[in-house]
Design a binder for this molecule. Structure first.
Ligand SMILES: Nc1nc2c(ncn2[C@@H]2O[C@H](COP(=O)(O)OP(=O)(O)OP(=O)(O)O)[C@@H](O)[C@H]2O)c(=O)[nH]1
Ligand SMILES: [Mg+2]
Length: 614
């Protein structure tokens, strides 16, 4: 039997070609952003044809709003770049990070996916980007190592093996925290690592399992693997308070030498290392869960309305785009609870990136009802109304299908109140809006607000109890899966021949002193895990590894590929060199050399379990 030995040139982290190979598909993975931009183009075409039909006054109003907003922001000490926020986003080949903080966090491998993120997100203020998307790193705990120990007791000459098994590493869960309503907490913490299991100890003491790590997220969060394929289901979609889903499973503990005791081998000097816990980067996306969405043009009084019907304290100011981040508020009336979401203002042309764009509309996608606030002081309230509905349709036709209540706001001002009758007539007679769905209100004075909220409740009641509907086919794993039986004989072998390109002698010079330029990669989940859990400090573990290579057919496959003395074989994160010498002595010599290279002293005592071979 031939054998492969740990390479003299160093094992472990010195060279990790197989790790690089595994990552290479990730570099070419196309993030879902591309899909979004495809449909975006299609929608733009529709928009242009429809827009001709919509009111032209709307665009004048939009321009006026932009001018006001820019002036206000400049006066407030803006550095002049604030104006950029309100101009349409220009597609750019290189976008900045999607959530404002992940550049630092993931500068190693995030760049590829960032370049293809939707260009329109680039101009969205950082506050808003951090609110509804985040990218975090999660790492489940590693299993504790198994222990090699032998029972020691007075008058018990040859105590049996008593090394305990390591504890299980902690799992990572995402859990809905009802108090959260944004992902902004992930701005401060990007890395989440669960504890590792405790190592096994002598006297048959197994290591303790580690605590699971809970990552709190707001209701409405969808979690995907960073490099997920297009059709891959998300890891989780969490909607209800307290709902949880498993994101990463902790590694199992390595077995101690007590577990390796058999009738034939009664004093095994072998133990496993703990299994590594899963680690991955995940993308979080938040779609706020609320019963009612408050929409309308900027400065219409949406936040003011939210502040009077709920205890929420959104920022209110007399200029457009005061609200950059959706606000949630809970309205308690007649012992009923209704959650309202106030989103930023929409402009005609939002689908082209004007204003804050219309991406934030996804936060009203889950709402069952919309309250459309019209600014009564606008030069063309009905034009605004039409333009906003068109934007809704362009974003998602389902949004226009949602029942709408219309709040004609600011009737306390003559500019608005005087035109109420005219606007009501236009809405009901020309646009066919039901009269009982239009309300003259003044959010500032509270006039008509009660009637509006009662009507909201009435429509919600008519619609029946709220159904929490999942939008995706997320895995939402609620229990830790039983250990999968991964087969070690399920592997692939590939060869990378560098000898021809480097001008090295190659096959002809089969001298074992010359460094090999042929690298064989053995890839397979089972064998890689086995390699990772093998504790190379023990000779018996090395023997066991050799046996597994033989019986799993890996040695055979390597021979079939033409492996030769001195060739490099990479398994998992270790590099070995192939030796045609199959004797135990050769394996042992190789192990001793490896131990010396690593500066590890040989384990065990001279007397028990057996005298060490010199
Ligand atoms: N007189 C009067 N002013 C109002 C009324 N409602 C809102 N306002 C004022 O209108 C201005 C804009 O109000 P906001 O609530 O910030 O408007 P918004 O729709 O949330 O605006 P954005 O967040 O920028 O889209 C503020 O100065 C409010 O005080 C109202 O009923 N009457
Ligand atoms: Mg607002």
């Amino acid at each position: 039997m031939q054998s492969i030995l740990p390479s003299q040139h160093g094992c472990r982290s010195c060279l990790q070609p197989s790790a690089l190979r595994r990552q290479s598909p990730a570099l070419v993975a196309v993030p879902s952003g591309n899909v979004a931009s495809t449909s975006y183009t299609a929608l733009t075409a529709t928009a242009n044809s429809n827009q001709a039909a919509s009111s032209s006054a709307g665009s004048d109003w939009s321009k006026r709003l932009l001018a006001v907003a820019n002036n206000k922001r400049k006066k407030a000490g803006g550095n002049g770049t604030a104006a950029d926020i309100f101009s349409p986003a220009k597609p750019s080949s290189r976008t900045s990070s999607s959530s404002g903080f992940e550049d630092d966090a993931d500068n190693l491998d995030a760049d590829e996916s960032l370049t293809s993120m939707e260009p329109e997100r680039k101009r969205i203020p950082a506050e808003m980007r951090c609110f509804d998307t985040a990218r975090i790193y999660i790492k489940a705990g590693d299993g504790g190592n198994g222990c090699v120990a032998f029972h020691r007791e007075k008058y018990v000459e040859h105590g049996g093996p008593s090394g305990g098994t390591g504890g299980r590493g902690g799992n990572v869960w995402a859990v809905v925290d009802a108090d959260l309503n944004s992902l902004s907490s992930f701005r401060g913490q990007v890395h989440f690592r669960a504890e590792g299991g405790v190592n096994g100890q002598g006297s048959n003491c197994d290591g303790a399992n580690a605590e699971d790590l809970l990552v709190p997220v707001p209701a409405g969060t969808i979690i995907r693997r960073k490099d997920a394929e297009e059709d891959e289901p998300p890891l989780a979609e969490l909607l209800r308070p307290g709902e949880r889903a498993l994101l990463a499973t902790g590694g199992r503990g390595g077995r101690g030498n007590f577990s390796f005791k058999t009738a034939r081998e009664r004093a095994p000097t072998i133990a496993e290392k703990g299994e590594k816990g899963e680690e991955l980067w995940v993308d979080l996306e938040l779609k706020v869960v609320a019963d009612v969405g408050i929409i309308g043009v900027p400065n219409a009084g949406k936040s003011t309305l939210l502040s009077v019907i709920t205890a929420a304290k959104p920022k209110i100011a007399n200029y457009p785009f005061t609200t950059l981040v959706p606000n949630l508020g809970v309205c308690e009336m007649d012992y009923r609870t209704t959650v309202f979401a106030d989103v930023p203002g929409l402009l005609e042309g939002a689908h082209e990136g004007l204003g804050l764009g219309h991406e934030f509309l996804r936060h009203v996608q889950r709402c069952r009802l919309l309250v459309h606030v019209i600014d009564g002081t606008s030069p063309d309230p009905v034009g605004d109304f039409n333009a906003i509905n068109l934007e809704l349709e362009l974003f998602n036709p389902d949004l226009v299908e949602k029942p709408q209540l219309i709040a004609y706001n600011k009737v306390d001002l003559p500019d608005s109140g005087d035109f109420w009758e005219i606007v009501r007539e236009q809405l009901t007679e020309e646009l066919g809006v039901q009269a009982e769905r239009v309300f003259p209100i003044s959010a500032a004075t509270g006039q008509g607000v009660m009637q509006l909220v009662r009507a909201v409740r009435g429509v919600l009641d008519e619609m029946g109890p709220a159904q929490v509907t999942y939008e995706t086919n997320a895995l939402n794993q609620t229990s830790v899966p039983a250990r999968r039986n991964i087969r070690v004989d399920d592997f692939t072998v590939s060869l990378e021949d560098l000898s021809s390109s480097g001008g090295f002698g190659g096959y002809g010079g089969s001298s074992s002193d010359a460094p090999s330029k042929r690298i064989f990669y053995v890839e397979g989940e089972g064998i890689e895990r086995f390699q990772q859990m093998t504790n190379w400090d023990y000779y018996e573990a090395v023997r066991r590894f050799q046996r597994v290579l033989e019986v799993s057919g890996i040695n055979g496959a390597l021979r079939a590929k033409g492996v030769r003395q001195g060739d490099t074989v990479v398994i998992g994160d270790m590099e070995f060199s192939w030796s045609d010498d199959k004797s135990d002595a050769a394996v042992y010599d190789g192990w001793v050399r490896d131990m010396k290279d690593r500066g590890v002293n040989r384990q065990g005592t001279a007397r028990w379990p057996r005298p060490n071979v010199a």
